[in-house]
Design a protein around this ligand. Structure first.
Ligand code: SF4
Length: 466
């Protein structure tokens, strides 16, 4: 057996069945650098980010490893089936465990849950050599090793993904994190994060921390920023975190000093009753003050809202628009409420009979229909009909992506940040156009790519803890 591994992150099918060859800004992943880093030295390796590269179906690797966020599942199946036909060993890990359990497990040799580290990957490859592969590998959450950024340096990416932690200290009931981590998070040792930052800094590209919540641990964040400043690592970066960071002037000033120029805030709603229903421990009465605090520190803001929660009504669309305008949000984003399948909120809506469309099948197989932003009302909302919600959403999305608004947002001092703000806004504008176009067509004309050989997946979901 040739000791060689081929690591692939698949792309997905577009409406016409062709493969997308564009990496959307919100689909960046650190999985390739992680998996490449844990392959033992005695094994050769080759990688493929299919968004930008072609899969080498003639590879001489004996082991294929696929790492697949949810929207790539259909494409993953095609790749797995091809390599199984060529009698390769195929290991697959999906972003959400129910995809691995229900969809991938039967077609590949083994599925993995969590993140591999060097010891666990060695164990798997030893099993391959010994012919004792297990059906499941539980890799856990230990990311204390430097990642292999050489696999991304060659890619045409406007920024590079980095990470300090996985999980989140909060337990919002619609989010994919709590079912995995139950309100816990795992911090990487600062020395490994610093090592990654130095490696990524060589590219001179902006960096994006893909943590669910960079503000999970204040003391850790302070230490990390001080180390970046102390080691004079020349980077600019953005991250997602909770809005309450806006009250923490000391941390905000340190973030700026360490190169932070943009924070993404998942605000979700302008109604405290909605927040309560989602178990989101924030308070909308402080949003203006907190957003102002972040701007005062010189940091730009991306803000996300969901529409179609129970307390939303016909005024919600205008209220959200005014919030974006009054607070000068540089990257505004909205989508229709769509709780992750398997979460407490999704299960509750299901048992209350509030599901209007088959959201699980769409989420898994019809990436072209269920796209980001979600523009379909899959769930009944107490204050809005399906038609009102979908029309109000498209109108709002169109308003926030008007050229006049976009031009105003890109007038920021740093040209690199201006370029990113422009790219994110223009990508949203493109989506607004395509949503308006699709609304004019009958549903049957919106082609969804589902290989006919796939059986319909049972409409029940669960998420495994590991
Ligand atoms: S704060 Fe954000 S990442 Fe954390 S549980 Fe809530 S939605 Fe998820």
């Amino acid at each position: 057996m040739k000791k060689k591994v081929y690591i692939i992150q698949p792309t997905y099918h577009l409406k016409d069945g062709k493969l997308s060859k564009e990496l959307p800004l919100f689909n960046y992943s650190y999985n390739l650098p992680i998996i490449s880093a844990v392959i033992p030295e005695e094994w050769k390796k080759e990688t493929c980010l299919e968004y930008t590269e072609e899969v080498n179906f003639d590879t001489d690797a004996s082991v294929i490893i696929l790492t697949s966020p949810g929207y790539d599942i259909v494409r993953s199946l095609e790749i797995i089936e091809y390599f199984k036909w060529k009698e390769k060993i195929v290991l697959v890990g999906a972003h959400l465990d129910q995809f691995s359990d229900k969809i991938l497990k039967n077609v590949c040799d083994a599925v993995f849950y969590g993140y591999p580290n060097p010891a666990k990957m060695k164990q798997f490859l030893d099993d391959v050599e010994a012919g004792t592969i297990k059906k499941e590998y539980h890799f856990g959450s230990n990311l204390n090793f430097p990642f292999d950024y050489s696999v991304l340096k060659k890619q045409k990416m406007p920024f590079l993904p980095v990470i300090t932690s996985i999980g989140c200290r909060n337990e919002c009931t619609y989010c994919c994190n709590p079912p995995f981590y139950n309100g816990h998070y795992y911090l990487r040792k600062i020395e490994y994060v610093i090592s990654d930052l130095k490696e990524a800094a060589i590219t001179k590209k902006p960096l994006a921390f893909l943590d669910a919540n960079l503000y999970n641990n204040r003391e850790y964040l302070i230490m990390l920023c001080r180390q970046i400043v102390y080691e004079k690592i020349d980077i600019i970066w953005g991250a997602q975190c909770t809005v309450n960071i806006g009250d923490d002037e000391e941390v905000l000033n340190l973030l700026y000093e360490a190169g932070c120029r943009m924070l993404f805030l998942v605000l979700e709603t302008l109604n405290n009753k909605n927040l309560l229903q989602l178990n989101k421990p924030m308070n909308i009465d402080y949003y203006h003050r907190q957003v102002k605090g972040i701007h005062n520190a010189g940091i730009h803001i991306g803000a996300f809202f969901m529409l179609g929660l129970d307390e939303d009504d016909e005024f919600t669309f205008d209220n959200v628009y005014s919030f974006f305008q009054e607070n000068k949000i540089e990257v505004p984003y909205v989508h229709i409420f769509f709780p992750t399948p398997g979460t407490a909120t999704a299960e509750g809506l299901k048992s209350d009979g509030k599901i209007l469309e088959n959201y699980f099948d769409d989420h898994v197989f019809r990436q072209t229909k269920f796209s980001a932003p979600c523009s379909i009302a899959y769930f009944k909302s107490a204050g809005l009909s399906k038609a009102e919600l979908e029309a109000g959403f498209v109108n709002l999305f169109t308003k926030i992506t008007s050229l006049k608004n976009i031009i105003r947002r890109v007038l920021v001092p740093d040209i690199r940040i201006a370029a990113l703000i422009l790219k994110m806004n223009m990508e949203a504008r493109k989506k607004a156009k395509s949503m308006r176009k699709n609304k004019l067509k009958p549903e049957s004309n919106v082609i969804s790519y589902i290989p006919s050989r796939l059986n319909k997946v049972e409409n029940t979901t669960y998420i495994r803890n590991y």
